[in-house]
Each structure stands twice: as structure tokens, then as C-alpha cells.
Ligand binder design. Structure first.
Ligand code: PLP
Length: 405
């Protein structure tokens, strides 16, 4: 079940380059993973041979484009364990998927209704609800976390009340790596008759997702984090729920019939996909999903756990370094602060050594405030990273320590 890293790395052309005179060590996977060859080639085939618009054409290229795009929907449905590809709505990414739920389901919310999130959400699962609060007077409830970055599940369950209309939580924190107990959250919410949206942006790259088994009502993730293209993402919606939602954006493809007297709307998923979709993105995402399933999430999870253990040890050996996010159940994300070293300087000094990490608030400002740090440096690992990458990070940080004193 172990991974052949040489074979895997050969599938990622961008990994094989020098940056600032050093071999690239790419540890910014939580922001964006590299794209696999299968995805690059699927996009190239479409652009070189099948480029056409979808759904409305009778000619051969239009039919080929439509089949390839709908095959992408099937591939994504299998990737998520959805019962039907009709449950897969394509969006620009996780952010747009969450906004779609806020702009459809959210339109039935009234003043005083509540949306329950956690303190570790990405801005994309905070701001859409704040906009809804402005428009409709809903109330945003926030479940607390402890100092390690572990969600207080009992407190979250206690916040589910008669006015709760949606529980919307991150499955895996992009800043902390914390893996939340989403099955328990879904169970508790459903016991109270409340639907659940899972932000799977950081879970989908690392573990097999099974939305049918989880029973969640909505699931969002982004193509660019699962070895696919940018500008494409997914909203999974349980079929019965999608069928009840009103349209979001209006335009071509989302209608059944249009007249000036009135318009009727297509069934899901077309109802939520106004305009020409990101056809090449969908095709590239489908190929990436198949590629990841082929590698196998058991092997991916096992290797990433080894990388996380090794990286945690290497980081803790750097004088003055403090890990941010020490939950017992973590994905391969390591956030840290280094005494006397601003996060941005750490990022820049590591880049000079070819090591790519992210520095900043990671679009989780409320979380940063809760943990009392303005920013962190973050090394995030993918299954194609090696133990040499972990060592390069350690060497790089010891150098940073020397330079900054
Ligand atoms: N949610 C989480 C947990 C994320 O990590 C990210 C991106 O970093 C997002 C949402 C937003 O994803 P996107 O920018 O692809 O819409």
C-alpha cells in the first residue's frame, strides 16, 4: 500500500524545477497543490481537439465537449461518493459553492434565524453569512475551540437550537490542520432537523470523502487543491434539497423555457449553472479526481501521517519555534511562529532556499485573534512530498534562525 514517490513525482511537472538556484521544495499545498499530468493532458486534449460550447450544439465537437464535461461530473460524483451526478454543481471553487448556498437556501432565512459555524472557519465560510446577516437579519453563531485548536463539540451541539437553519463547518482547518468530527456534527444537526454544509476544501485532497455515508446536505471543495485546475470547484447538494432550492444566477442553461411573461427553470444541477461553464476546468478536475482515487487515499493518508510526524519533530527542534495547532487528529498542515521572526520574513528567507511555504493569516483572521497571533508561517504537505522535503524545511529554518538571531 506504500507509495512509489518517484513514479508519483514524475506525474507533477512543476515539482521538477529550481527556485532561487535550489531545487524546489513545495510546501504550500494547502493553498494550492500542483497539477497532475492526467489533468494537464485532459485539458490539453479538450483545447486541442474538442473545444466547443456544451449542451446546445448538434455538431460533433459540441457533442464531444458535452460528453467530456458530463464525464467530469460523473468522475466528481464518484470521488465524493454521491449517489448521482445530478447532485454535483460546478462552481468556481469552495468560496462560490458556499455563496451559492447562502444565495439560495439562505433566501428562505428570516430575521433571527441562525447559521452555526466554528471559530476555525476560512473567511469563505464566514463572510457569506455576514452578508446574509446584513440582508436578512440572520444571526451568526460561533462554536468555540480550545487553545490546541480542537473544536468544542459539546458546545457546538449545545448551540443548535430552534432558530438554527444551517450548520456550516470546516471539515479540516487550513490553518491548524485540525480534523473536525464531522460525522458526529451531521448526526447532532440532523437530530435537530438542521441541514449541514461541510467545507471540504482541505479534506478532499487528503482523505476519501463519502458524502452519502456522512449524510451531509452540502459539500464544497476546490479543484486547485486536489491536483486539478484553478477556477473550478464543486458544490455537492443532496438531491432532495437541491430540488427545493430557487435559482441563484440567471442566464442561459439554467432555464427550461423563457418568455417575457415568465420563465421556468431547469432541474438541478443545471438550475445552478447559468452561462457557459468552465468546460476545460471540469474536464481537468474529473481527471484529477480519477488520478487521486487511483493513487488511493489509504496510501495517501498513511504517507501524509508519516510526513506530519517527521515535520512536527523537525520543527520542534528549531529554537524558539512554537507550533500553532496541536490537535491530536490533524491533517498534514504545520503552522508555526518563530520567536523574533515575522512570518513574512520566514517565508521570504525560506523561498531564497527554494522552500515554498505560506505566511500570513491564511484567511482565518478570527482564528488568529482567538489564538493571539497576528500571522503564522505554514508548511503544508501533499502525498508527493518526501522526507528530503521535510529535512530541507528543517535546514532552512535553522538558517532563518541564524540570520534573524
Ligand atoms: N475553505 C478552506 C478551508 C480553504 O482552505 C480555502 C482555501 O484556502 C477555501 C475555503 C476557499 O477556497 P477557494 O479559494 O478555492 O474558493
Amino acid at each position: 500500500m506504500s507509495l512509489d514517490l518517484a513514479v508519483i513525482r514524475a506525474q507533477f511537472p512543476a515539482l521538477h524545477q529550481q527556485v532561487n538556484g535550489e531545487p524546489l521544495v513545495y510546501l504550500d499545498n494547502a493553498a494550492s497543490s500542483q497539477v497532475c499530468r492526467a489533468s494537464i493532458e485532459a485539458v490539453r486534449t479538450f483545447e486541442e481537439q474538442d473545444k466547443s460550447n456544451v449542451h446546445r450544439g448538434v455538431h460533433t465537437l459540441a457533442q464531444r465537449a458535452t460528453s467530456a464535461m458530463e464525464a467530469g461530473r460523473e468522475q466528481v460524483a464518484r470521488f465524493l461518493g454521491a449517489r448521482s451526478s445530478d447532485e454535483i454543481v460546478f462552481t468556481r471553487g469552495t468560496t462560490e459553492a458556499i455563496n451559492l448556498v447562502a444565495g439560495t437556501l439562505g433566501q428562505s432565512f428570516v430575521e433571527g434565524d441562525e447559521v452555526l459555524i466554528t471559530h476555525m472557519e476560512h473567511h469563505s465560510n464566514i463572510v457569506p453569512w455576514q452578508l446574509l446577516a446584513r440582508q436578512r437579519g440572520i444571526v451568526l453563531k460561533v462554536a468555540p475551540i480550545d487553545d490546541r485548536g480542537v473544536l468544542d463539540l459539546a458546545a457546538l451541539v449545545g448551540l443548535i437550537g430552534p432558530r438554527t437553519r444551517l450548520v456550516s463547518v470546516v471539515q479540516t482547518s487550513n490553518t491548524l490542520g485540525t480534523r473536525n468530527p464531522v460525522a458526529e456534527i451531521v448526526r447532532a444537526a440532523h437530530d435537530a432537523g438542521v441541514p449541514v454544509l461541510l467545507d471540504g476544501a482541505q479534506a478532499a485532497p487528503h482523505e476519501a470523502v463519502d458524502v452519502a455515508a456522512l449524510g451531509c446536505d452540502f459539500y464544497a471543495f476546490s479543484g486547485h487543491k486536489v491536483c486539478g485546475p484553478t477556477g473550478i470547484g464543486v458544490l455537492y447538494g443532496r438531491r432532495e434539497l437541491l430540488a427545493e432550492l430557487p435559482p441563484w444566477q440567471g442566464g442561459g442553461d439554467m432555464i427550461e423555457r423563457v418568455s417575457f411573461q415568465g420563465t421556468t427553470f431547469a432541474e438541478p444541477p443545471a438550475r445552478f449553472e447559468a452561462g457557459t461553464p468552465n468546460i476545460s476546468g471540469i474536464i481537468g478536475l474529473g481527471a484529477a479526481c480519477d488520478y487521486l482515487r487511483g493513487v488511493g487515499f489509504d496510501a495517501i493518508a498513511q504517507w501524509e501521517a508519516e510526513l506530519l510526524d517527521a515535520a512536527t519533530q523537525v520543527l520542534q527542534a528549531v529554537p524558539g519555534l512554537r507550533m500553532i495547532g496541536t490537535a491530536p487528529d490533524k491533517a498534514s498542515v504545520c503552522s508555526f511562529v518563530l520567536e523574533g521572526a515575522p512570518a513574512a520574513d520566514i517565508g521570504t528567507l525560506l523561498d531564497m532556499q527554494g522552500v515554498a511555504v505560506r505566511a500570513g493569516h491564511h484567511c482565518t483572521e478570527p482564528l488568529m485573534e482567538r489564538l493571539g497571533v497576528p500571522a503564522t508561517a505554514r508548511a503544508s504537505f501533499a502525498f508527493y512530498n518526501t522526507m528530503d522535503d521535510v529535512e530541507a524545511l528543517g535546514r532552512g529554518l535553522h538558517k532563518v534562525r541564524k540570520i534573524l538571531g
